[in-house]
Design a protein around this ligand. Structure first.
Ligand code: 3NM
Length: 217
């Protein structure tokens, strides 16, 4: 599978990110609202494990499939293989990208978090289909997030590797999304902008709004 070159919102969520709302209802609303990718990121306190995680992942998968949206699993390569997810996303501290590519085969998407042109180069050489870059802005959703980096390095990677899709992440909301689109990304990834929105479809439309002027195509 190729990372979609249609610029879109990339939604990330774990079972604990949706507050008092049922995460599957939030996911369905996001799918209805037009997200292009969903990443299941089950991390942190109270994270599901074992059969509860498997059951939740399968429920997410069923929803994603019914909307034709790829399901990407954060970090848990074996879970991704077990349920035949559409892809895997790993960070610099997770497994080595080349080894993950070997494990998941050629068909599944591989996303790698990078922070520099050098890391992007290594990720692409190891077989990444896209790279995630962040945090662009300050975020409360990732405990060990680095310092906000703005869009400068995204622009550098977009210039160095024009055909490598980049997904910007971290603190992105409708007010600052246009700036990220303009930097040359193929997608913007959000957790709280969607999980905390009352009108999820409206929020996704607002996140996409800056896309036209920033679209690389
Ligand atoms: N990764 P929100 S920032 C999962 O910088 C994640 O790699 C980041 O959540 C990185 O949209 C982040 O609520 C959290 O800021 C994004």
């Amino acid at each position: 599978m190729k990372f979609s070159d249609k610029a879109a919102v990339y939604f990330i969520m774990g079972s604990k990110n949706s507050g008092t709302r049922n995460p599957l209802k939030v996911l369905e609303a996001a799918l209805k609202g037009g997200i292009g990718h969903f990443q299941l990121r089950e991390k942190g306190e109270g994270a599901l494990t074992g059969s509860a995680l498997l059951e939740f992942a399968l429920a997410c998968q069923q929803l994603c499939r019914s909307y034709g949206v790829p399901l990407i699993i954060n970090d848990l390569v074996e879970l991704a293989c077990q349920i035949d997810a559409d892809g895997v996303h790993i960070g610099q501290d997770d497994a080595e990208a080349g080894q993950v590519r070997q494990r998941i085969g050629k068909e599944k998407l591989l996303g790698v978090s990078v922070h520099s042109v050098k890391e992007a180069h290594l990720a692409a050489e190891a077989g990444a289909d896209y790279v995630g870059m962040g945090p662009v802005f300050g975020t409360a959703s990732k405990a060990d997030a680095k310092k906000p980096a703005g869009v400068q390095e995204i622009q550098a990677v977009a210039t160095a590797f024009p055909f490598l899709p980049i997904v910007g992440i971290g603190g992105i909301n409708p007010e600052n999304a246009a700036q990220v689109w303009r930097s040359g990304v193929a997608g913007i990834a959000v957790i709280s902008s969607i999980t905390e929105a009352h009108d999820i479809a409206g929020q996704i439309a607002a996140l996409q709004a800056g896309r036209i002027e920033g679209d690389r195509k």
